[in-house]
Design a protein around this ligand. Structure first.
Ligand SMILES: *[C@@H]1O[C@H](CO)[C@@H](O)[C@H](O)[C@H]1NC(C)=O
Ligand SMILES: *[C@@H]1O[C@H](CO)[C@@H](O)[C@H](O)[C@H]1NC(C)=O
Ligand SMILES: *[C@@H]1O[C@H](CO)[C@@H](O)[C@H](O)[C@H]1NC(C)=O
Ligand SMILES: *[C@@H]1O[C@H](CO)[C@@H](O)[C@H](O)[C@H]1NC(C)=O
Ligand SMILES: *[C@@H]1O[C@H](CO)[C@@H](O)[C@H](O)[C@H]1NC(C)=O
Ligand SMILES: *[C@@H]1O[C@H](CO)[C@@H](O)[C@H](O)[C@H]1NC(C)=O
Ligand SMILES: *[C@@H]1O[C@H](CO)[C@@H](O)[C@H](O)[C@H]1NC(C)=O
Ligand SMILES: *[C@@H]1O[C@H](CO)[C@@H](O)[C@H](O)[C@H]1NC(C)=O
Ligand SMILES: *[C@@H]1O[C@H](CO)[C@@H](O)[C@H](O)[C@H]1NC(C)=O
Ligand SMILES: *[C@@H]1O[C@H](CO)[C@@H](O)[C@H](O)[C@H]1NC(C)=O
Ligand SMILES: *[C@@H]1O[C@H](CO)[C@@H](O)[C@H](O)[C@H]1NC(C)=O
Ligand SMILES: *[C@@H]1O[C@H](CO)[C@@H](O)[C@H](O)[C@H]1NC(C)=O
Length: 687
């Protein structure tokens, strides 16, 4: 039962947190390259040049596209292709002789996506996500779905287009082939989708839980994607009678339809960033070197010199301006991409630094220079503190994201890192896939020469430890934490984070170092657990070498660990028990007894006898106001829970699930305005 539930939770988490992937329809959508299938022309936005201009390959010729300016997205149809200028304020289309024509210009209503079917072009407006379409030279947006409908994804095929509504996930289709539009829309009637790509007479996309759902014509087996597991595929490209998708695990491409005519040696073992389909061929942008490969029965194989097209390197993902006010008002966009979409930039960096890492995950790889720039060269002013195995700095990435950057101690450990590079990478990959609202997320990492850095989400309100024990904080009227309800909520948040690590992470994670300085508070005062799972960040990565340091922090260490030398989930329970006692008493895990500094005493030895004697009131933190009637029972429940958590033997401690249940109950009691109506079962279960 647990397993099934765990899977469901994880899937739900992924669905909530996964970004919307750009998708690629017939002729392309939101892409950096496009095919004009009528003339087997392939165009792309070139990378590594002063401006993101377009070049095309046609009949063995490389063509420079004018005007020589920057573009964000391009898409192609039967005879023409179009591009959204960097900044989104204008849309240009080129005819078969490559003569440009401006189709759209508005510097207040910007475009942010582009899809091109046979002869219908559609784009989304930035922010409002309304769809705009043009056919040939006539704007036909009035014939479309209600202009106020908001979309999260759109795609155009042969004679029809479909979009996924932003809020409901409902699929709606339109276009000149209204029979096909109606058919597809009806077949999707009961499915909520997160994106959609359409082709000749079929459509595919991921539903809200990440499973492939294809509809429409399957005469050639073009819909034969098995839907075994969620998030198996990312981008799709659909032609007339075939469909291709990128496998998320290794970015290889799989195609169905046309009796296997698309299974090609050409693409065996090749990883792709994105794919785009023509009627009867598919082209892909390779991850290894950003070249373009086309294949399939409809591709004139003798039209190019070999497998890959001799185009320059193509941008792996759309460049998106971080702010477009300049380009919009000056009517001329900056000459460079200031922000490449995350995926693109990662691939670019990997490419430049020559690392051939093949993570199947999406942990971001940063360059050392980026992180130095983000932290003012690791200046003292940016230092937040020291965590396990490194110093933590506050930083601001080039795209404005605020992060906390942990820089590993260099020196002795470096060698081990290198020996265990692949283990390091796979662990990071694993950790960066953990998404939970009570865990501080690992955003990415940097590994260059001797440097190992980890990049985390930034937690604006700092560590619980500082709020409870830092003199400066305590003496200011630290109102937020000086309420029992708030303290119980923080306990519950942290317990939920740890419970996730124990019960829902696959494989499960034992934190090893639960303490109040590892419980951070975000901008909303939601508590989140940090510093988990990094078994490879320190020397304990050696199986046979387990120094004390790795087992936690004095005052929080599971006493059973001394005897058995093994950490279990119950070691984390012990650590959380100590944190609960800190929250109740306001004392440090180890503190000096007496005003003028007597012998050090642990909060466990201090509090447990008092709680057992039923006199918790005597040791509650005085900074929190007197107990409201309904709070007394809640605080008592927390105290009893804490007492059980710090039992000497792990088997006598509750599980994280029990703790979460008790803290939920305690929080509910605080909300209970009628005082103590204690009735619900209070479970302090031991195994
Ligand atoms: C396009 O512009 C770039 C710099 O802006 C320049 O290097 C390149 O030569 C130009 N290409 C053409 C064909 O004008
Ligand atoms: C841009 O769009 C807005 C809203 O539709 C409209 O009011 C404005 O006139 C348009 N601007 C131009 C230059 O067409
Ligand atoms: C585009 O939309 C995003 C999200 O709504 C917004 O943050 C951004 O400022 C918009 N860009 C422009 C240029 O309006
Ligand atoms: C959608 O659900 C309704 C009601 O459950 C059902 O009548 C209809 O046949 C379903 N449509 C499809 C395409 O499955
Ligand atoms: C997505 O599709 C899968 C497989 O068909 C199904 O099990 C799952 O319930 C669907 N998710 C949603 C949200 O409809
Ligand atoms: C499409 O046809 C193939 C066989 O050619 C079949 O395996 C697959 O299940 C079909 N898919 C759908 C969605 O009907
Ligand atoms: C696709 O299949 C249909 C019939 O199923 C056929 O008429 C058409 O020629 C095919 N198109 C291509 C490009 O193979
Ligand atoms: C990618 O993974 C699939 C299965 O997930 C496998 O069949 C295929 O051979 C792999 N391709 C590469 C290039 O590793
Ligand atoms: C680019 O990558 C492809 C696929 O990985 C490979 O076939 C091709 O030889 C590479 N080209 C260059 C110039 O390295
Ligand atoms: C390509 O091959 C076809 C026949 O396979 C031939 O007719 C055509 O001339 C060739 N084109 C070029 C550019 O070599
Ligand atoms: C960081 O250090 C480098 C080289 O030491 C220097 O060029 C750069 O200006 C410094 N940047 C900042 C923000 O201090
Ligand atoms: C804070 O809460 C608001 C509203 O629930 C949410 O939009 C925002 O993302 C939260 N901020 C953080 C840092 O979680």
């Amino acid at each position: 039962m647990t397993t099934v539930f765990a899977a469901a939770v994880i899937i739900a988490l992924i669905a909530v947190t996964s970004p919307l992937v750009p998708v690629h329809g017939l002729g392309g959508s939101a892409s950096t390259f496009a095919v004009v299938y009528g003339s087997a022309t392939v165009c792309g936005i070139v990378a590594e040049q002063q401006n993101q201009r377009i070049q095309c390959w046609q009949n063995n010729q490389l063509i420079n596209i004018l005007p020589n300016i920057s573009f964000d997205y391009i898409a192609g149809g039967q005879d023409n292709f179009c591009g959204v200028r960097s900044g989104g304020f204008s849309l240009l289309c080129w005819n078969p002789s490559f003569v440009p024509k401006r189709v759209y210009y508005n510097d207040s209503v910007l475009l942010q996506d582009l899809t091109f079917g046979d002869d219908q072009i559609c784009a989304l407006t930035n922010g409002t996500q309304n769809v705009r379409c043009w056919r040939g030279e006539t704007k036909i947006s009035t014939q479309l779905p209600d202009g106020s409908d908001q979309f999260r994804s759109i795609s155009s095929g042969l004679g029809f287009s479909c979009g996924v509504m932003k809020n409901s996930g409902r699929v709606t289709c339109w276009g000149s082939d209204s029979a096909m539009a109606t058919l597809i829309e009806t077949q999707y009637a009961n499915v909520s989708m997160s994106d959609i790509v359409v082709g000749g007479s079929q459509a595919c996309g991921l539903n809200l839980t990440g499973f492939v759902v294809c509809k429409g014509n399957n005469d050639s087996g073009q819909l034969a994607f098995p839907s075994n597991s969620a998030h198996e595929y990312s981008g799709f490209a659909l032609g007339t009678n075939h469909s291709c998708a990128i496998r998320k695990s290794n970015n290889s491409v799989v195609c169905h339809g046309r009796d296997g005519a698309f299974s090609s040696n050409l693409i065996e073992g090749v990883s792709f960033e994105s794919i785009v389909a023509g009627l009867d061929f598919t082209c892909g942008l390779t991850t290894s070197n950003f070249s373009i490969i086309c294949w399939g029965p409809g591709w004139p194989s003798n039209s190019s010199s070999g497998v890959e097209l001799p185009l320059p390197k193509i941008l792996p993902g759309p460049c998106v301006q971080s702010t477009c006010s300049d380009c919009a008002s000056n009517n001329s966009p900056p000459s460079r991409c200031s922000t490449i979409r995350r995926q693109g930039s990662r691939a670019m960096r990997r490419q430049r630094s020559g690392t051939s890492s093949k993570h199947a995950d999406r942990a971001e790889e940063f360059s050392f220079l980026d992180l130095a720039a983000a932290t003012n060269n690791f200046s003292l002013e940016n230092k937040l503190g020291a965590g396990s195995f490194g110093i933590v700095y506050q930083g601001k990435l080039w795209d404005g994201r605020e992060v906390a950057i942990k820089r590993g101690e260099t020196g002795a450990k470096t060698k081990k890192f290198q020996e265990k590079e692949s283990a390091f990478e796979s662990e990071l990959a694993f950790l960066s896939r953990l998404h939970h609202k009570h865990l501080v997320r690992l955003v990415g990492y940097c590994e260059e020469r001797d440097e190992r850095l980890l990049v985390y989400e930034y937690m604006k309100n700092g560590a619980l430890y500082d709020h409870l024990h830092d003199k400066n904080n305590v003496e200011k009227s630290c109102s937020v934490l000086n309420s029992w309800k708030m303290r119980i909520k923080i306990s519950l948040d942290a317990a939920r984070g740890i419970e996730y690590l124990h019960n829902y992470a696959v494989p499960p994670i034992i934190h090893r170092d639960i303490k109040s300085s590892n419980i951070l508070l975000d901008a909303n005062w939601t508590a989140r657990v940090s510093d988990f799972g990094l078994s490879l960040m320190g020397p304990e990565s050696d199986q046979d070498y387990r120094p004390m340091k790795a087992a936690g922090t004095v005052g929080y260490i599971d006493p059973e660990y001394y005897g058995l030398n093994v950490l279990t989930a119950k070691s984390d329970v012990y650590g959380l028990g100590v944190v609960l006692l800190e929250l109740l008493t306001g004392k440090r895990a180890i503190f000096k007894s007496g005003e003028s500094g007597g012998a050090p005493i642990s909060v466990v030895d201090f509090a447990v006898p008092v709680i057992m004697a039923g006199e918790i009131g005597k040791i509650l933190d005085q900074r929190v106001g007197p107990l409201e009637p309904n709070e007394a029972e809640a605080v008592e429940l927390v105290a009893y829970t804490a007492m059980h958590c710090v039992n000497l033997e792990g088997k006598d401690r509750p599980t994280m699930t029990d703790i979460v249940a008790n803290l939920e109950r305690a929080l509910a009691l605080c909300d209970d305005s009628h005082g103590s109506i204690s009735s619900g079962p209070i479970s302090i279960v031991s195994e």
